[in-house]
Design a protein around this ligand. Sequence first.
Ligand SMILES: O=C1C[C@@](O)(C(=O)O)C[C@@H](O)[C@@H]1O
Length: 952
Amino acid sequence: MVMDVVHTIPELKTSPSFTPHSSFANPRRVGVIHRGAGIADNGPMIEHLLTSGCGASLQRFRPTRIQTLPHAVAEMTVTAGKKRPYSIVSEEWKGNQLEHYPRMKLDPYLPASEEHNTCARGPAPSWRPRLNGFEPNASIVLVGVRGSGKSTLAIIASTAMNRKVVDAEKVFQEMTGLSSSAHKKAHKPEEHLQRQVEAFEIILQRHQKDSVIVCSWIQRNTVAMLKEFSATNPVIHVLREPKAIQQHLNVLNDDKIEELLTVSGRLYRSFSNFEFFNVSEHSNPCLTPSNEDGSDSHFQGETTPARAPAPYLTLKRAERHFLKFLSLLMPTGTIPFIESAFPLTSIPTEKRDYTYAVSITMSEWTYREPTIDSLETGSDAIELVVDAKYSSLDEPRPGTGHKEESYRLAHIAKAIGKYRRSTVLPIIYHIACTEAALTDPSLQSLYMDLVSYGLRVAAEYITVDLRLDSQILRSIINSKGNAKIIGHLNLASESAPPWSDHIWMSSYSKARELGCDIVRLTRPATRWQDNLDVKDFHAAVHGLGEISIPLIAFNTGAIGRHSICFNPVLSTIAPLGDEARQQPRDTVTALQATQALYSSFVYDAMDLYVFGANVGYSMSPAMHNAALQAYGIPHHYKPHSTNSMSNIRSLVNDPLFAGASVGLPFKVEAIALVDCLSRHAKAVGAINTLIPVRELNDDGTIPDDYKLFSSRNRSGPIRALYGENTDWIGIRACIRRGLSPANAVRPGASGLVIGAGGMARAAVYAMLQLGVKSIVISNRTISHAERLVAHFNRFLSQNDLPLLSPQTSEKTTFQVLHSTQDPWPARIRYPTMIVSCIPTHSIGESPAPHFTLPEKWLGSQTGGVLVELAYKSLESPLLRQMWDKADQGWVTMDGLDLLPEQGFAQFELFTGRRAPKQLMRAVVLQSYRDDQGHANLAQLKPRLDHIGDQEP
Ligand SMILES: O=C1C[C@@](O)(C(=O)O)C[C@@H](O)[C@@H]1O
C-alpha cells in the first residue's frame, strides 16, 4: 500500500472552529437559540475564533462587542440563507419524493417564520444530505475542531485506501506563501477570505476523487462549498472527548470547552453528512493518535521492553474503528477490512439463526456504562435505545435549546463510538417513539432528527416506527445509505391486539412495501397462548415465500420470555448479569436464551476435537471449552493425539461430530480427508479446521456460507467434510498487531518465512494478504521451499489467489535461502516481518533446534515484527535474540498470541457464533504450561493485564 501524502499535515492553524449537524442546525431551531445564554464570558476565545477562520460572516454581524457566539451564529446562518438558498439540497429531497415539503423549509440557513413554521403544517425533516451511492473513489473530507484527531485519521484512511492527504491549510500556504493566520494579519479580512475561498475551490475541484481532505475552516463560503460537496462525497465531522480537546488546546476551562463543542457541533453538523467519535484511549497515552500534524514520529523506533505487551495497540484500535466506520458509508469493498476473513462476516446477522440483540438505553448508559463483556458475550448486535427519558420525546418542552440537543447528540455519538472501538458487533440504533411524538409535530420532527442522526453515525441498523405516516418513513428509508432499516412496531398496552389481528400482518406489509430490510413486531404477553400465537404469525410470514423479509416478532414481559428465546432473528435480550437484578424477571440474557435452545432440543450437545501427533499439551481445549461455556453451548472440545490421520475417520463420521482443529504434522495430509476446501485453504494448500456438512445442495454439491452455517449445532449423519485454514488469519493478525506505523506495508516491503511446511504456507499467504510483494523463504531442505514457491507462483500466474486487500501492479517475487550463511539477497529490502515456523522443542529423537537469525539479515532501520509460532517454550533462542533488539524497533509475538487469533474463526465455524475474543486470549495465557509443567503466570501477567487493549 502506498501512502502518498501530497500535503503533509501540519498543525491545523485554524481556531478551535465550529460547525454543525443536519437536523439540529434546523432553520426552525435557529430561531429559538438562547441568545443570552451560554458563553457570554468567552469574549477573548470567540475573538480568537472569529479572527482565525470562522469568517467574515461572523465578523460582519458581530455586534459592537461579541457577547454570545450563539447569537452571532444565528445571525450568520440567517443572513447566509438569504443570500444563497441551497437549491442542490432541495433538489436532492425532491429526488427523495419529498416534494410535498416546501422547498424553503429544507434550507437550514433560512430563518424561521410563520410561513415556514412546520408545526402549522406537520413535520418537515430538517436537512439531511444524501448518503446513498458514493463513488468508490469519492474523496472523503474530515472536518472538526482542532485536537479532534482529524489528521491522524486522515493518515489512517490514506494508508489503508492508498489515497492522498490534502490539507486545506497546507494548500493555502503553498498558494500564498503564508500560513492562514499570518496571511490574515497581513491582509484585509475580505482579501484573506477571498484567498481562502480560492484555495478551497481549487482543493474541491482538483481532489474530488482519491483523496482525504482535512479542513478546519469555517466561513460562509467554504461551508456552502462543503455542503454541496457532501451531495457526492462523505463529509465527516470528527468529534472527540471534551477533555482530550481541552488538553490539546491547552487553554479552556470545562464550561468553555463544553460550550465551544456545543456551538461548533451545531455548525459542523449543518454541512457534514457523517459524524465520527474519535474515542481517546487511556491505557497507553503516548500512543494515542493525537498528534494533529499526522506525523508518526513518536512511533519511529518506539521500543518494546522485553516481553512486554506489543505496542501500537492503541493506534491499531483507532485504525480498526475508523476503517470500520468508513466501510459503513463507502461502497462495499472500498475499505480493505480486517474482518473480511472471518466466516460470519459474509452472512448478514439477520440471515443467521437464533441471533440476539443486547439492549441498553442511553439513560442507563449515562448512569452506569455496562462493561463490554456483559453486552458482547453471546450477543450478535448491540442495540442502543434512545429512550424517551433521554430524548425528551415524551413531552413537548418549549425552550429546549441547542445546547442540550447538541450535547445529547455528542453523547450518543460517544456511546456508539465507544462500542465500535471495543466490539465488532453491529449497532442497532433505536429511537423509542412516544405516543406524544405521533401527534405533536414538533416532537415528531425531533424524532425524525434523532432517527436521521443514526444515519450520520453510520449505525448498521436503524429502526423506524411503523405508526408514522408512510411519506415520513419513506423519506428516511430513501436516504438510508448502507444502513439497514428495521420497521418497528411495539404495541405496549396490555390490551394490544392479539397476533391474529390483521394489524400485525398489515404492519409487516407496510414495512416491506416501504423498503424496510427487517420488521420487528412486539407486544406484551398476557397469557401463555400468546407465545404459540406468535409462532403462528411467524409461520404466516414464512408462507409469503420469496417476498418475505426477515421478521423479528416476540412477546415482551415475563410470560413472553419463551418467545424471546425462540424468535429466530435478533431477539432483544438483556446484558449478562442483569438476570440477577431483574425484579420481576421479564427478559432473558444471551446465556439463558442459548441454554433454552439446547435444553429444548432445538440444538444438540456435540463433540469437537483437536487432532495432532501430540496434542496432550494443546491449549485449544481450554480455550474453546471456556468460550463454549461462556455462551451456554454444551459442546465438548477434546484433544486426540494420533500417529495417523486414518485413526480419526470414525470420529469425523460420528453423528455428534461438530468439527476439529488439525495440528502438526497433519495440516497438508488432512486435505485427503475432505470433500471440499475453502478458497483460502486451497490457496494455502494446508488446512487446520475440519467442518462436518450435514445438508448438501440439491445437486449434491457443498452449500456455501449461509446453508453451511445453518446446519451447525445439530447432530445427524455427515454427508461431507469441509476443510478450512485459519492459521493464516492468526498469523496476519499477529503481524498486523506488531507492525508499527513506521513499518506499514509499502511498495518494496519484504517478509521472511523460516520453514516450508503447512504453517510456512500459511505465513506466506498471510504476507500476500497484507500486500507484501517480496517474500524470502529460508529452509534447510531446499526442495521443500521450492515446492512452496512453485505452489504460490502457480496460483499467482493464474490470478487465482483470493486476496482481500487492493492490489498494486508490483510483481510478487519469492527468493529461497537454504542456509543462514547466505547473505541477504541484494535488491530485496531487509525484512520488517519475520515468521518462524520451525519447532523450538525436541521432537522424537531430534533435539530442539537452537535457531537464531543471522545478524546480517536484520538490517531494517525501523525494526519490525517477529512471529515465533511455537509455544512450548516462551524463551526460545530466537525470541531472546529479538528481545535484545527491542530498542531497534523489533516486536515479538509468540504461539500464545497466535493460538487464539487462529481459534476465533474456528469457533465461528464450529458454532455459528462470534468468538469471545478477550476471554479466549485470557484463557490461553492462564492455562499455559511450559515443558516442565510450570504456569509462568508472573511472566504472563503483563500480557494478561493488557488483553483489553487488543483488537476486538
Ligand atoms: O497449529 C495449531 C495448533 C493446534 O493444533 C493445537 O494444538 O492447539 C490447533 C490448530 O487449530 C492450530 O492450527
